[in-house]
Design a protein around this ligand. Sequence first.
Ligand code: BGC
Length: 254
Amino acid sequence: MSDGAGTDGGRTVIGVDIGGTGIKGAPVDTSTGSLVRERIRLLTPHPATPAAVAGVVAELVGQLDCPGPLGVTLPAVVQHGVARTAANIDDAWVDSDAAALLSDATGRPVAVVNDADAAGVAEMRFGAGVGQDGVVVMVTFGTGIGSAVFADGRLVPNTELGHLPLHGGDAEDWAAASIREEEELSWKKWAHRVERYLQLVERLLWPDLIIVGGGVSKHADRFLPHVETRARVVPAEMHNDAGIAGAALFAPAG
Ligand code: BGC
């Protein structure tokens, strides 16, 4: 499959989405992207070291009562199961074999993928990007800013556009959703930052469609009307479930 995820349709597999504050998981019907039961959310341990996080993932998976392999997201560059960066998690993840670690901790086959890539694949397959060819950029606004870039449906993994330079530093340190809360910005003031950021992305990639994801996508009506871009910009449709659904699509066979 061109997006790197599986295509074997109708199976139910667990997707786990590891974030800076919460670790969420649920069994997912991979033919529809819908969660088969309500997700479970446990707190991300602090410090979020590989061993501590693996322990929480094992606990969460144990509570889900669904056998088989796992797909897991990390807020990091992930190459072939190995984490290469750690922007909002503990530095000890860098160069660790996350897939092997989580497989040992849970006793199951595990695939690990960047969180925004997983969410993007889910949106392309089941949400706001269905049927869209050309260049699509999905941007997730949360603790940081994540990105997933697609050309005619094919994912270019680990694009890390949240770290583009903007306003004298990393874009995510100025325009992430967490910054809106920290600085108590109005939706309109924050929308201005989102606009500046998306215009920068546009100057580099000229997308046909921009999908705005992350928890804030539920409140799109409060900020997207203030955001002007050349490309069409739409909110993600799967909101906070996109990461879990996308993770499940990457789960290995078996
Ligand atoms: C990380 C990305 C991640 C994004 C969203 C960034 O800080 O570098 O890998 O996708 O946050 O969690």
